[in-house]
Design a protein around this ligand. Structure first.
Ligand SMILES: Cc1cc2nc3c(=O)[nH]c(=O)nc-3n(C[C@H](O)[C@H](O)[C@H](O)COP(=O)(O)OP(=O)(O)OC[C@H]3O[C@@H](n4cnc5c(N)ncnc54)[C@H](O)[C@@H]3O)c2cc1C
Ligand code: SF4
Ligand code: SF4
Length: 351
């Protein structure tokens, strides 16, 4: 067997060693040959499996024709493929009604509200989220109690390998409760590839996928070096990237607020993000991002029947304030999403 006929060898050659890995975790937790340490993925040992899920679930594998694959995944969800924003049944500006949620959350707390509601109502028995890890780098976590959700609130701008925790949850045969995932667009794509995979029937336990908007992410070690360079040693309370023209990365820490120019921060972005076409998690049940010019609010795109039902329930129970998204804001979002598709297509051509 040639070295490159093994799935792991191909994943290493085409993604990990080529520098395109974004540490989504899609290949992790499935086999003992792949490890995640301090924000990076490594495969120290060889493996001779020719049909392994590690390769099939990686969102960064160059798969021509990628458009056909996305079209098929959308069909599985009952939607037509509609780039650049993906299918949108409803578009809202939204925020949590509970001020404690808004206080802890990144913006309006829509994600934390929906996850807590899904756990409370039994729609899912467990949610896979991302939290601050011990070394400061984010890591995945599994949450069963609604009261635990807020501990994971806020955006952590570094790769966390979160899908590894999803695979661990799916690997427990004694458990059969439905699962929720909150993830970045690359993680949402990998999760949908898992649900679509003929050798992964357990992945159908994933019932709710909440996607986050994402333009780029940082390498966990790069972020740590950046913070150390600016004298931040203690825990960070909150990160934020205010809308243009601010061009800064805000870091609230014990010593106060630090503003780092985005040009400096971008030196630590994951190279693989340049190839990512998806800004709004097009394959999620609902996708959530900021509202430019309206701090404390979220843009909420409802994409599937499952997403619509959960949002309707949140409204009925008075958990979310929902206002129709402004057409101008949606147009602006569509342009940004289109620009990301174009940048990724260009990066793909350049190899
Ligand atoms: C790396 C990154 C890039 C982003 N880029 C954009 C952008 O370009 N434009 C935009 O509008 N919004 C962006 N967001 C999304 C935005 O910051 C908020 O996550 C989103 O608006 C939800 O807000 P909320 O108040 O409902 O979140 P909260 O209720 O505070 O919930 C936040 C959720 O995010 C999850 N999370 C935190 N960090 C990570 C991570 N590293 N990986 C996976 N999940 C994580 C947590 O588990 C939590 O459940 C980005 C988020 C991240 C993590
Ligand atoms: S991008 Fe995700 S699935 Fe692909 S090698 Fe990296 S961690 Fe694994
Ligand atoms: S830009 Fe794409 S690949 Fe990079 S972290 Fe965001 S969703 Fe993942």
């Amino acid at each position: 067997m040639s070295e490159l006929s093994s799935c792991l060898a191909r994943l290493k050659a085409e993604v990990i060693e080529a520098g395109w890995c974004v540490a989504c975790g899609g290949c992790l937790g499935l086999c003992p040959h792949l490890i995640f340490y301090d924000g990076r993925v490594a495969a120290p040992d060889p493996c001779d499996l020719t049909r392994g899920r590690c390769y099939d679930l990686c969102p960064q594998v160059p798969r021509p024709p990628a458009e056909d694959l996305r079209r098929r995944l959308h069909q599985d969800l009952g939607n037509a493929y509609q780039p650049p924003l993906g299918p949108v049944q409803e578009a809202w500006q939204a925020r949590a009604q509970d001020p404690r949620v808004r206080e802890a959350a990144q913006y309006g707390g829509v994600v934390s509200t929906l996850v807590a509601l899904a756990l409370e109502t039994g729609l899912v028995g467990e949610a896979v989220l991302t939290r601050r890890g011990e070394r400061g780098a984010p890591e995945g976590c599994r949450v069963r109690e609604p009261g635990e959700v807020l501990a994971c609130a806020g955006s952590l701008y570094a790769a966390a390998g979160t899908l590894s925790w999803l695979h661990q949850a799916l690997a427990q045969p004694e458990e059969n409760h439905p699962l929720a995932l909150v993830g970045l667009p690359c993680q949402v794509t990998s999760a949908r590839l898992a649900q679509d995979h003929p050798d992964y029937p357990q992945a159908r336990r994933l019932r709710l996928v909440i996607g986050l908007f994402c333009t780029w992410n940082l390498d966990a070690r790069g972020l740590r070096a950046l913070l150390a360079h600016h004298g931040v040693v203690g825990p960070v309370r909150k990160y934020d990237i205010p809308p243009p023209p601010a061009e800064v990365f805000l870091v609230d820490h014990a010593g106060g607020r630090l503003e780092i120019p985005l040009a400096e921060v971008r030196r630590h972005t994951l190279a693989g993000c340049s190839r990512c076409p998806d800004m709004t998690a097009e394959l999620a049940d609902v996708s959530v991002g900021a509202v430019e010019g309206r701090p404390g609010w979220n843009t909420l795109l409802v994409r599937t029947a499952a997403g619509a039902e959960l949002v309707a329930q949140a409204r009925r129970q008075g958990r979310l304030t929902l206002e129709p998204a402004e057409p101008a804001a949606l147009e602006h979002l569509t342009q940004a999403a289109q620009a990301k598709h174009q940048r990724a297509a260009q990066a793909g051509k350049e190899g």
